[in-house]
Each structure stands twice: as C-alpha cells, then as structure tokens.
Design a binder for this molecule. Structure first.
Ligand code: TLP
Length: 348
C-alpha cells in the first residue's frame, strides 16, 4: 500500500497471492450451487468454525442482516449491546427490512454484556410484549477497542439462550483476531452460537466477502434470505479464491498485527497530550483520546500527518476526541515507529 493507513483493517488490499488465485479460480453459477471455489470456501469456513455449513455473503453487514432475518420474524426482539455494530452501524437494517426490534443493553468495558442484564432483557410471555427471539454478541467487540470475548463467557450466554429457547448469533467480523489473542481455535469461540458471521475482507485482506456459518437447516434458510436481499451470487468464485487464502493463511499471522498494536500503544503512551492505557490493547485496535489542551487542532494534526508523513488516521468525529488506530497486514513495525515519531514531532 502507498500510505500508512490506520483507519481500519477494512482498507487492506488483497495480497499478490490472492490476485493470482483470483485470476485462476474455477467458477460456476453459485445460485445453482455450481461454483466450486465458493463451495470449497463455505465448507472450509464451516469446518474451521465447527459448524455444519457456510454461506458466502458480500459483507459483514449482509452476514449479520441475513442471520437476524433468518432467526427472527417481524415484531420479534433481539437483545444486543448498545455499542454493537449491528445496532450502531448497519443503517437500522434489521428494523428496516425485518421489523426486528433491538433491545439494547450496555456493553461493559471488557466488551461483554452483563449476564444479569441479558436475563433481565428477556421478555416474559405477555400479550403486550414483543417476543424475544435472539441474543447477539460481537467478538471482538469494536467499541471497546477490539476486546475478545472468551469461550467461557460465550458459553454462559449460550446457556441463557438455550434456557429460554432463544437463538445466539455472533457478529464475529474479527473472530480470528479473538482466537489469536486468546490462543484458542475459533471453533471454541463459535461453539455456543447458532450462527456466526465473520469477515474475510478486514484483517484477512480479501477484497470482498464474509461467511455466515451455522447448521445445515439454518444455512438453507439463510440462503433464501440472502437471495431475497439480492445477494445471490453467480461466478463469485473469483472472490472466494481470495477468501480461501484469507482463511488458510492470513488467519495464522494475526498475532503480528496484535504485537504491532501493542508496540504502537506503548509508543503513543510516551507522548504528551495522548491519553492511552496500553494494557487494554488485546488485538489489532488502539483507542486513545487527546488531551483538551492540544497544541494544534485535531483536524490540523490529521492534515499534517497525511501531508507530511503519508499517515492516515480516522475514528474521531467533531466534538469527540477519541481516535481508533487499527493495525493490519500492510502495517509493518517500521510504519509503527514512523507513526510514533511523527506524533512526537507534531505534539512536542
Ligand atoms: N466495521 C467497520 C466500520 O463499519 C466501523 C470498521 O472499520 O471497523 N461487524 C463489525 C464488528 C464491524 O466492525 C464491521 C465493519 C461490520 C460488522 C460490517 O462489515 P462490512 O463493512 O463488511 O459490512
């Protein structure tokens, strides 16, 4: 990549090996189930997550929406975090297209939902109430800086879901970052869930795509939901070919991104005007805030980082001084050091 782009891991370019695999991928019409590369990707993804079947979808948003619409009907309620990507950043799609009502509860500083809060949010049977149908977790939890949820915690939520006849969906956009951070197979984190959607296109570098996994029965229904959303794909094996490399190879190297995120956080912690707790960095995200008495405005800082150092940062918005930096395949340790040096120069 030609810039040091830390806005997100969504900015990653496909690797040269991916581009080559894409050019040579065997393809077919996937609506007929005849794309061998997609079939292979779906089977391998399901196996890695310990589920029966998988479904290739265009994005994390489509994976989550397809899952929610498959689990829930109109007027049903889903319990999820008030900082969940599904609630905050998916355009209200579950409500818009499925009439599914969100019941939000606070995301805790460690990225979990409090078990007591989940229990309290489950509706009793009453003519007036919507029916609770689904619990959604996010692993890693983006709003708390990519905190991984453990298998033990997820199992406890799974127990609550089963006790009450509910389904559990995991927005596992970065589930392989969680697995790498916790040193467990991703399937352990997915085990209690009825469905999980993960992204090939974030830290795993594929240009497009996510995979939704679950039981044969669930995925058969989800296929219909995906079709209704306009997500029935044809010769998309050229995309799945990159996804296979993402799954087989890129999942194995995420620890490097986590180590770079730690190094970045530790370096930033030595700079005046930056408030950061490096011990909270667990995966590939670094969250920090600027002190109020910054010598230059945040806008000026962002402009000069880009203009003078070719460093792109984001995550802040007017009136908010919180910044998120995300490490990924295209960010090297040398880049990390350049970022720390540039910040130190601009914030003396
Ligand atoms: N996250 C993006 C932005 O939308 C915020 C990012 O830069 O982090 N679940 C989670 C936890 C996500 O972080 C994202 C994307 C999605 C779902 C949606 O994935 P896409 O962008 O593929 O629809």
């Amino acid at each position: 990549m030609d810039t040091i782009d830390l806005r997100s891991d969504t900015v990653t370019w496909p690797t040269p090996a991916m581009r080559e695999a894409m050019a040579n991928a065997p393809v077919g019409d996937d609506v007929y189930g005849e794309d061998p590369t997609i079939n292979q990707l779906e089977a391998e993804a399901a196996a890695m997550l310990g589920k029966e079947a998988g479904l290739f979808v265009t994005s994390g948003t489509m994976g989550n929406l397809t899952a929610v619409l498959t689990h829930c009907g109109r007027g049903h309620e889903m319990i999820l975090g008030n900082q969940a990507h599904i609630f905050r950043s998916e355009v209200g799609s579950a409500a818009a297209y499925g009439g599914v009502q969100p019941f939000t509860i606070p995301v805790q500083p460690d990225g979990t939902l409090d078990l007591g809060d989940i229990r309290a949010a489950i509706r009793s049977e009453n003519e007036h109430f919507p029916r609770t149908r689904l619990i959604c977790l996010e692993n890693t939890q983006g709003s708390t800086g990519g905190m991984p949820l453990t298998a033990e915690y997820t199992a406890q939520v799974g127990d609550i879901a089963r006790e009450h006849g509910l389904k559990l969906h995991i927005d596992g956009a970065r589930i392989f970052n969680a697995a790498a951070a916790l040193h467990v197979p991703a399937r352990d984190l997915a085990a209690p869930a009825d469905s999980l959607s993960f992204c090939l296109s974030k830290g795993l570098c594929a240009p497009v795509g996510s995979v939704l996994v679950g039981s044969h029965e669930f995925i058969a229904e989800a296929r219909r939901t995906r079709k209704s959303l306009g997500g029935g794909l044809r010769q998309a094996g050229i995309l799945a070919a990159a996804g296979l490399i993402a799954l087989r190879e890129m999942t194995q190297r995420l620890g490097e991104d986590h180590a770079n995120a730690c190094a970045l956080a530790e370096g930033l912690a030595t700079i005046p005007y930056i408030h950061i707790d490096p011990t909270r960095v667990c995966t590939n995200m670094v969250l920090f805030t600027f002190a109020d008495e910054l010598p230059i405005s945040i806008e000026e800082l962002v402009t000069r980082l880009k203009r003078d150092y070719n460093i792109v940062i984001g995550g802040y918005s007017n009136g908010r001084t919180q910044v998120r930096l995300v490490t990924h395949y295209w960010i090297t340790r040398d880049h990390v050091n350049q970022v720390i040096d540039a910040m130190r120069t601009l914030l003396p």
